[in-house]
Design a protein around this ligand. Structure first.
Ligand code: NAD
Length: 317
């Protein structure tokens, strides 16, 4: 396929996936084509088009929800697909930060990113990531998530990032109800979560049982990411219990493998593990690319989806 053709195809898939919650192909097929695009752009950077999906995060939101401009751009993550690529990421961080580093390994929850703003200890806004610059206001729906604290014992302004997801059991219950009513089935928990969080009527959202794990906070009081997570835990936020600090690559790899081995027994879908540099000072030194932080990477487990297209699957959000 020609470069431009591939850009256009991936942009179509992105629009259907992010804006309409209605994917045309499996994630594995999307990733295969995306990696082909990356290969073309690496071989000849002069071809890179500004509308290439490698040059932007997600897609522009188009809905009846209010738009929200993020104070800090919300980024995506770069990917590693095998042990060597993960080792290369760790080595590059160690070399560029020029210091000893620890890492934090977290399950990569397969849902959608939200940014939560607390003022005077009260949740005042929840917004989707959108294209990283502009998201949608989903405060009314976030308030229905029972595990999310609506007020916290911290009065300064706080911005918390997390992943809203549809628990597997809630997803299966919903699809049973859809089938009983003779309605279309939901494609997968991720798209079901995205469609549910973006409902205009929060009664529909409340009935479907979304949940959340938080994984980041703009907090000046700690020097390490794992301390940020502890701070969030103490404030009452749901932080994933599988998250651990790791001293070196062998510990990172052991935990990545462990998370992969328990993947099928979890109550939520994950599509990878996220590996982050623990020191926030080192994170600042490493910086970000146009699309993703250089201090974190998503290790993608081999896909459990069939690589066939979803074109003829009957589903809705
Ligand atoms: P991504 O979902 O691969 O990774 C970034 C996201 O990971 C973050 O925005 C955050 O929401 C999430 N995340 C979950 N747990 C996290 C944690 N512990 N720490 C930090 N972040 C965490 O990136 P993306 O750019 O949103 O989407 C790209 C992926 O979406 C592709 O790899 C593809 O699989 C899928 N996609 C599929 C289609 C399709 O048509 N099927 C189209 C577009 C994209």
């Amino acid at each position: 396929m020609q470069y431009k053709e591939l850009v256009n195809l991936l942009n179509l898939y992105s629009r259907k996936y992010y804006t309409e919650d209605d994917p045309l192909v499996s994630d594995a097929e999307y990733d295969r084509l995306y990696n082909e695009l990356v290969r073309m752009e690496t071989e000849d950077p002069s071809v890179i088009s500004p509308d290439s999906p490698t040059q932007r995060v997600g897609d522009r939101p188009v809905s009846d929800l209010e738009s929200v401009t993020h104070e800090v751009k919300m980024l995506s993550l770069s990917n590693a697909y095998n042990e060597e690529e993960l080792q290369h990421f760790i080595n590059t961080c160690l070399k560029e930060a020029e210091r000893e580093l620890k890492f934090v390994v977290e399950p990569k929850i397969d849902g959608l990113a939200v940014v939560l703003t607390y003022e005077n200890g009260v949740l005042v806004r929840a917004a989707t990531r959108g294209d990283g610059v502009t998201g949608e206001d989903v405060t009314h729906n976030a308030r229905t998530i029972l595990s999310l604290p609506l007020s916290i014992d911290y009065k300064e302004k706080l911005t918390v990032r997390g992943e809203v997801y549809m628990p597997v059991k809630a997803f299966e219950r919903l699809n049973r109800q859809q089938a009983e009513k003779g309605l279309k089935l939901f494609a997968n928990p991720r798209n079901c979560a995205a469609g549910t969080l973006r409902q205009l009527d929060s009664r529909i959202t409340a009935a479907r049982g979304l949940d959340i794990f938080v994984y980041g906070v703009d907090f000046g009081g700690s020097r390490f990411h794992h301390d940020d997570l502890e701070f969030l835990r103490k404030l009452g936020f749901p932080v994933n219990p599988l998250i651990k600090q790791c001293a070196d690559f062998s510990e990172v790899w052991a935990l990545v493998e462990h998370i992969g081995s328990v993947r099928n027994s979890l109550e939520y879908d994950i599509d990878g593990a996220v590996i982050k540099v623990d020191s926030k000072e080192a994170q600042d030194i490493l910086g970000v690319t146009i699309k993703a932080p250089k201090w974190a990477i998503a290790y993608k487990y081999p896909s459990q989806e069939a690589t066939t297209t979803l074109l003829d699957v009957d589903f809705q959000v």
